[in-house]
Design a protein around this ligand. Structure first.
Ligand code: UDP
Ligand code: MG
Length: 320
């Protein structure tokens, strides 16, 4: 039987959240009488997550477990969830209850009205630290200036996407997946609802600032080639300036002779240009690395096991 709704829950060390998450989902969804499945992707957890999941799965028939062979990262886990989702619509949702299940009925209502994507937008980010809020804002303004798709601010992966959107996402072949950008890239008719983002229920965040910085770089290089152009514009500008400076030197020499000076300007010029060259090389390297990753054509994730095991449609998918 095909469920109406697939909830996609990436989990990396979330043992303490599974029961509460299931209960809150069940409380919200059972009065609506929609059929649903909860696809839990165990993304290389090192705690008791898998055991807790197996325990819960024996009791609750909605739970389906995809056990990945190691920690592939949240984006890969989400991709796995989308591949295995059978619902007419899917909702990626964090395991830590920072995405409140209580707004799902609103999402479903808008979906029934004909919207293909229903975004959940954070009204406030009180659950996040001061630094995270501000750097997030900076990230959105940079990426939205640089890339041709608009990535909506203050929305995470928590959103309802209908079957056509899921299928569209599955067609995107890239290995390095910046899901927020991919969601935006596919388009479709989109509605928005707002919610208050609470703090994590239990456990701790998996994203430190270094990871977030890399995530931001990933987003920008996936969805914009503007940094590549920056290198050339900078080059042109600097060449122009040094040309003007060269003329000044010639004139100086003609008018005032040529006393031995110029060491400071020389050293400044050398250091400055070396810096610019290194930056340009770095930018090129960043994109080259991405091309390298894509050409290897490795799968986005590997599955160790699936529960319940009788899912003919998906098992076939794993064979081919
Ligand atoms: N997550 C994952 N793999 C990872 C890191 C995180 O599946 O490598 C999951 C995590 O279990 C949670 C969701 O992604 O369900 C969001 O993670 P987290 O709450 O740590 O992020 P934050 O809310 O702090 O941005
Ligand atoms: Mg969280």
């Amino acid at each position: 039987m095909i469920p109406t709704l697939s909830l996609i829950v990436p989990m990396h060390n979330e043992a303490g959240n599974i029961d509460t998450l299931y209960q809150r989902l069940a409380n919200v969804l059972s009065p609506l009488s929609v059929s649903w499945e909860m696809i839990c992707i165990n993304d290389g957890s090192t705690d008791d997550t898998l055991n807790e999941l197996l325990k819960a799965q024996r009791i609750y028939k909605e739970i389906c477990i995809i056990d990945l062979t190691r920690n592939f990262g949240k984006e890969a886990a989400l991709s796995a969830g989308l591949d295995f989702a059978r619902g007419e619509a899917a909702i990626p949702i964090d395991a830590d209850l920072q995405d409140p299940p209580e707004i799902i009925p609103q999402m479903i209502e808008l979906w029934r009205k004909g919207f293909e994507v229903v975004l959940a937008k954070r009204k406030t980010r009180t659950g996040d630290s001061f630094v995270k809020r501000n750097t997030a804002q900076l990230f959105y303004s940079v990426i939205n200036k640089l890339s041709e798709v608009d990535i909506p601010q203050d929305t995470g992966d928590f959103r309802l996407i209908s079957r056509p959107v899921i299928d569209a996402l599955k067609q995107l072949p890239e290995r390095r997946r910046f899901m927020k950008g991919l969601f935006a890239w596919v388009g479709y008719k989109t509605a928005e609802i707002e919610y208050e983002r609470p703090e994590r229920f239990s456990g701790s965040t998996k994203f430190n600032y270094w990871k977030l910085w890399n995530f931001a770089l990933e987003g920008i290089t996936s969805f914009s080639d503007a940094p590549l152009k920056v290198a050339s514009y900078l080059g042109i500008m600097i060449s122009l300036l040094s040309f003007i400076y060269a003329i000044k030197i010639v004139i100086d020499t003609l008018l005032f002779g040529n006393p031995v000076k110029g060491y400071p300007s020389l050293i400044v010029a050398i250091l400055f240009f070396s810096g610019v060259q290194l930056i340009a090389l770095g930018i090129i390297g960043e994109y080259l690395g991405r091309i390298y990753a894509e050409t290897k054509q490795r799968p986005i994730y590997l599955v160790r096991d699936i529960w319940p095991s009788e899912k003919p449609q998906q098992l076939k998918k794993m064979d081919d």
